[in-house]
Design a protein around this ligand. Structure first.
Ligand code: ADP
Ligand code: ZN
Ligand code: ZN
Length: 823
């Protein structure tokens, strides 16, 4: 028997391995197997197909079967294949993105020993050997472990250690969450008795003072006397192991172990800080819906009887989330599961709390900021007999195993972060989720106050159902938007740096009334432009084709593409004058300036820089929510669907940077960002005010934002898209080529475009030099292919891959990369 498997590598297609006789009965499609690949490497592969057609090359044996039952359901394999086909990548790349690292160990995975681990059974010699090597610290690649241990095959050993929690996969993203498990101690049942305890006390006091001391400390911490008097062990206060260790001087570990061995203490783990720690069993409490909301809910259900996908266009704060919770409840009542997709990690925090209050531990959360071990756990729970009924997550949660999916909610469906840019698979989670729902016969609800034009177009063409929710909850009015003409104010010299007098006055008034303010500036750092005032020299990144941004708190110049940082030169390297100046306003500078204007106000900043360092986004949001901050300055992070009570003013500092982006979606995005951030104002009781600063007061998008006129944005943009043939009128495929050498990339891109023209004729545009044409030392060129929606995509894909193979087989292009981005 043979198994076709997919490897976690960017390779096309599947690889065939021989199934050893003793495994033949057990290997199933969807199980993981260990296979050798290349000269020395071992990978975790997934079985896609079983057959007995002997390939015409020598096959290697499967080394080990990792699962007794499949960890990948048939629908998941189908989704992987669909993504690979549609987004023109290999299925191995989908596999890499789809499973948490802990489920796909390979020679390159880095493991480290888990400091908190306590063995329940003695380790086997091979396991001990690995632990010894790891104790040297800092983590090791599995490939390195293989070499330094001389074991026949180290991977299964590592996997066992991983399962028992002795080792962990080293995290690239540092954990932002509390450890999942708290090691706790309690008095065992046998000694939960006053007489016995007194006896024990006496013996220990004489024989082992250290153990005595420890027991004493425990009894105090746990308030045991009371619990024993009441004869109820539940009344023992929980004592963590580290708490107990700290209560006793010296290193009481051996004494502790002795007490445990004697059966006086017992240890257990308690889950902390995570959802499933909650003991709540679906104490479901839903808000009663308003009339408008009830109406919307019923219309959605009616639309679903005709088409599986429905778009809910609800103005900000209309209560879309409330409508979702009712639909979730109805789906759960039918015994089905719900996938609730959000675009951003930022949003999950607020929503998690909101949903947890309603659905308790039936809710699971999955996102990339969780440590890998926790993601593995969520994955396995979804496979188990008692999976989460609701899964809240960001785009990668479409890869979880759903056994019984009934509803997919895609909130803020217009958000571009649903699209993965890099690395492959460059998939759009909204589209992939619709596919997933389609496979399981689930319904889909897309929700947004500013729908993506493609979705709205699908409504118009009858593909999606449509429901509108036009009023805010309790009829709070949408915010009033005042446009401020920056050009005019500058002419009259009335601008105070980035602030108009109107904006400053409004902020002042809001602060006096103890209201909060959000200031939105779509640039992070201190100053976006740095320049020599004498000769005009501009510092640029050495790896990328972009100018650098000045960051004041680190006093460095930073590249926002590759993350490199550079010192600020004391003098200009070009003309040697010491006259380097920074211009423009990033969020960091706005924060500084606003503090100068309002020294009494408490100001916080939310952008990529503040949310990856000490003050993480949760803290910032929490403080703002609790009213501990008055003014929140931020990038588009503050525009997302957050729900605050006391924000009465929103300032959009510079609409022009958004309008001048070189992208066919820039107007649509500018509208979405401005309408969304405006929607943060005045969500309770009173109407909010938005100050929109722009040099281009005549811009149609500005008018559409002011009038909240989505229809007219849609009409105008659709005309333009039609005229210039952009999606949704065609399918847009960007073909990128990358190489270290600019001449090579030039030549290759021209050759590529020429051959593509022979095949696809007028549908090919370019090659172009993209806006940012060099990133991390690689030069980039792009060729655009615009296919009719009716064109057979399989054929196009085959042709593209043929061309790619042909070009890359030429020696001069060997180290070039070709990849695709399907819009
Ligand atoms: P959206 O998702 O459309 O922006 P939300 O669902 O966040 O709107 O609702 C805005 C606010 O109004 C929330 O704080 C929400 O709790 C409240 N709200 C909306 N509908 C109701 C309702 N039917 N009962 C009680 N509160 C509601
Ligand atoms: Zn100069
Ligand atoms: Zn760079």
């Amino acid at each position: 028997m043979y198994a076709d498997v997919v490897l976690p590598l960017p390779l096309d297609g599947v690889y065939t391995y021989n199934i050893p006789a003793d495994l033949e009965l057990n290997v199933q499609v969807g199980c993981r197997v260990l296979v050798p690949f290349g000269t020395r490497k071992v990978y975790t592969a997934i079985v896609m197909r079983l057959h007995n057609v002997k390939p015409d090359y020598a096959t290697k044996d499967i080394l080990e079967l990792l699962d007794q039952t499949p960890i990948l359901l048939p629908d998941q394999l189908k989704l992987w294949q669909w993504i690979a086909d549609y987004y023109l990548c290999s299925i191995g790349e989908v596999y890499k993105a789809a499973l948490p690292s802990g489920l796909k160990l390979e020679s390159e995975s880095v493991v480290e020993s888990n400091m908190d681990f306590e063995a329940e059974h003695p380790l086997k010699p091979s396991e001990q050997l690995v632990m010894d090597v790891l104790s040297e610290g800092n983590g090791k690649k599995i490939g390195e472990l293989q070499r330094s241990t001389d074991l026949q095959n180290v991977l299964p050993v590592v996997r066992r250690l991983l399962d028992m929690g002795a080792v962990v996969i080293k995290e690239e993203v540092r954990r932002l969450y509390k450890p999942r498990l708290l090691h706790c101690v309690r008095l065992s049942e046998d000694f939960f008795d006053e007489t016995k305890l007194v006896q024990l006390y006496d013996t220990l006091e004489k024989r082992s003072p250290k153990q005595f001391e420890l027991l004493q400390a425990y009894l105090t911490l746990s308030e045991a006397a009371f619990a024993i008097k009441m004869q109820n062990r539940v009344l023992l206060k929980e004592v963590s192991k580290s708490q107990l260790m700290q209560a006793v001087a010296g290193s009481p570990l051996s004494a502790f172990n002795a007490l445990r061995t004697k059966g006086i203490f017992e240890t257990y783990d308690r889950q902390v800080g995570r959802l499933d720690s909650s003991d709540m069993e679906g104490e479901i409490f839903l808000h009663a819906l308003s009339d408008a909301q009830t109406q919307a809910l019923e219309s959605i259900r009616e639309e679903w009887t005709r088409r599986p996908v429905c778009l809910l266009h609800g103005v900000t704060s209309s209560g879309k989330t409330e409508v979702y919770t009712h639909l979730i409840k109805q789906t759960l009542d039918q015994g089905k599961q719900v996938l609730y997709l959000l675009p951003e990690i930022v949003l999950t925090t607020q929503l998690t709390e909101r949903l947890k209050r309603i659905f308790g531990n039936r809710l699971g959360v999955y996102h990339s900021r969780y440590p890998d071990a926790e993601r593995v756990e969520v994955y396995q729970k979804m496979l188990s007999e008692k999976p989460y009924d609701i899964l809240l997550g960001v785009r990668s949660s479409i890869f979880l195993p759903f056994k019984n999916l009934g509803l997919v909610i895609i909130d803020e469906e217009h958000e571009q972060s649903f699209k993965q840019k890099d690395p492959a698979p460059r998939y759009h989670a909204r589209n992939a989720a619709i596919m997933l729902a389609h496979q399981s016969g689930a319904k889909v609800l897309l929700g947004s106050a500013t729908p993506c034009l493609e979705s709205y177009y699908n409504v118009q063409s009858g593909k999606y159902g449509f429901v509108a929710l036009k009023t805010r909850f309790q009829n709070v009015q949408l915010p009033r938007i005042e446009v401020v003409d920056v050009k005019e104010l500058q002419r009259k010299r009335l601008m105070k740096g980035p602030f108009s007098p109107q904006l400053l006055e409004t902020i002042q008034a809001a602060l006096e009334q103890r209201q909060q303010v959000i200031l939105f500036q779509n640039r992070r750092g201190y100053a976006p432009t740095v320049e020599c005032d004498v000769c005009g020299w501009v510092p640029r990144c050495q790896n990328c084709d972009v100018s650098l941004t000045y960051h004041k708190n680190t006093h460095q110049l930073a590249c926002h593409y590759c993350g490199s940082v550079y010192p600020v030169p004391a003098q200009c390297p070009n003309c040697e004058e010491a006259n380097i100046k920074s211009h423009g306003y990033g969020t960091e500078r706005i924060e500084d300036l606003i503090k100068e204007y309002f020294p009494q106000a408490r100001v916080a900043r939310m952008d990529l820089d503040t949310t990856r360092s000490r003050l993480n986004y949760e803290q910032i949001l929490h403080d703002f929510q609790q009213g501990e901050t008055d003014i929140l300055v931020g990038t588009q992070m503050v525009t997302k669907g957050l729900d605050f009570d006391r924000v009465s003013v929103v300032g959009i500092l510079n609409a022009d940077t958004m309008l001048n982006q070189p992208d066919f979606r820039s107007y649509e995005r500018a509208f979405q960002m401005m309408a969304q951030v405006a929607g943060r104002a005045g969500r309770r009781n009173q109407q909010g005010l938005v100050i929109l600063q722009t040099r281009d007061v005549e811009s149609p998008v500005v008018r559409q934002v002011v009038e909240n006129d989505y229809e007219s944005l849609f009409r105008e943009q659709m005309q333009e898209r039609e005229l210039f043939n952009f999606p949704p009128h065609c399918r847009l495929i960007y073909v990128y080529v990358k190489h270290r050498n600019e001449h090579v990339v030039e030549k290759l891109s021209h050759e590529l475009a020429t051959i593509m023209r022979q095949v696809f004729a007028h549908r090919v545009m370019g090659p172009d030099t993209p806006f940012v044409s060099r990133v991390q030392l690689m030069y980039i060129r792009k060729v655009v292919l615009k296919m009719e929606l009716s064109a057979p995509m399989n054929e196009a894909r085959e042709r593209l891959l043929q061309i790619q193979r042909y070009l890359l087989s030429q020696p001069q292009y060997h180290s070039a990369q070709v990849y695709y981005d399907v819009e």
